[in-house]
Design a protein around this ligand. Structure first.
Ligand code: BGC
Length: 362
């Protein structure tokens, strides 16, 4: 019994006083194993299709495989609902909370409240600045942006564009990832603006990654600068908004547009040659890594990870998993299907059947 208590105490210390309640030692010294509980809060279902079509199913499968009971909910872009969901998860016995914040301020409030109740936390995909989660699991987001910048350059070169005016449609100003994406693509584009090879056009962030607002913003951009020749759109939803506007001027396909997330819509826009590229992030790997760490925390273990990121607010290092993103153009759309991220049936529906056949997708 003594060693049982000692082992439990060590486990508690190892994770900073969290998550000891997954396995409780009874007074007789026998260990009663309760299924550990993890709460996951996704941000919304409109800023990108990924959260509901990819993250949810991969997380469900990963937690099931890890023998962890997971409650996965979506805050539907409502910051106060986000906090309420977190509180309910903790009341219902979650010992680990994994969040995709809606912004760092409200995310930090959720993480702080969880911590104060002995609940371990993980930042999933988006880093909560000042938040001090146990782990951050994401992709190399600066590289995501770099791939977008390089993709746009390739498409502009292929079109023989001379001194193209490039518009930038950035992600939400309150999403740290949007900052990292922009750092990445600007590292490619800025030298070209500086040398005069490219002309810097309008550059605007889209609040909350709102696709409808993105269309309004891009419509204004194009009205003010009708000679926009390339669009760096930070994800497939924003890219599609730009494409919709370009279509009205019959400029789709002539003006390359980037994206991210390898959504069905983004991939179809690529097959139609209205979109120049997207970035595929293998969400299965992200979900698997996060679920493994969460399962560990729920069982009182803090597994070690290879990477670290520095939180620019606290200046502290956060243990991290940073996965590798992949650039997708018409030539390798099929890889996303082979990987099981989208099905040929959904991608190749209706008018896309012929385009899929051309791209070798069965
Ligand atoms: C994610 C992207 C997503 C965007 C909008 C970002 O934080 O990394 O994959 O497209 O949020 O939901």
């Amino acid at each position: 019994m003594r060693s049982g208590i000692l082992a439990l105490a060590v486990a508690v210390a190892a994770v900073g006083g969290v998550a000891a309640c997954g396995n409780t030692a009874s007074s007789s010294g026998a260990t009663q194993t309760k299924t550990p509980k993890v709460g996951v809060i996704l941000p919304d279902s409109k800023s990108s299709a990924r959260w509901e079509t990819a993250d949810r199913r991969y997380l469900e499968a990963a937690f099931k495989a890890a023998g962890v009971q997971a409650d996965i909910q979506n805050a539907q872009n409502d910051k106060s609902a986000f906090q309420t969901i977190a509180d309910q998860m903790i009341t219902n016995g979650a010992t680990v909370l994994m969040i995709v914040n809606l912004d760092s301020g409200t995310g930090k409030a959720v993480l702080d409240r969880a911590k104060s109740q002995g609940v371990a936390t993980i930042d999933y995909d988006r880093l909560t600045l000042g938040g001090s989660a146990e782990y951050y699991v994401s992709f190399d987001n600066t590289k995501v942006g770099k791939l977008q910048g390089e993709g746009l350059v390739k498409c502009l070169t292929a079109k023989g564009a001379q001194k193209p005016v490039v518009a930038e449609l950035n992600g939400s100003p309150t999403d740290n990832n949007a900052t990292l994406f922009k750092n990445g693509y600007d590292s490619v584009l800025k030298p070209k603006y500086d040398s005069g090879e490219y002309v810097k056009g309008p550059d605007q962030s889209v609040p909350e990654w709102d696709n409808a607002q993105a269309a309004t913003i891009f419509e204004q951009m194009l009205t003010q600068q009708p000679n926009i020749a390339g669009v760096l759109a930070a994800n497939d939803g924003l890219g599609n908004a730009a494409i919709t506007v370009l279509k009205k001027q019959h400029l789709n396909g002539k003006v390359p547009v980037t994206g991210q997330d390898a959504t069905v819509q983004g991939l179809q826009n690529i097959l139609a040659e209205d979109q120049c590229m997207t970035v595929y992030k293998a969400v299965k790997k992200e979900a698997d890594a996060a679920a493994e760490l969460a399962a560990g925390l729920a069982k009182g273990q803090k597994k070690s990870v290879d990477a670290r990121v520095t939180d620019p607010t606290t200046k502290k290092d956060v243990p991290a998993v940073l996965l590798d993103p992949v650039s997708i153009t018409k030539d390798n759309v099929k890889d996303v299907v082979t990987d099981g991220y989208v099905t040929a049936a959904e991608l190749c529906a209706g008018e896309f059947a012929a385009k899929c056949a051309e791209a070798g997708i069965k």
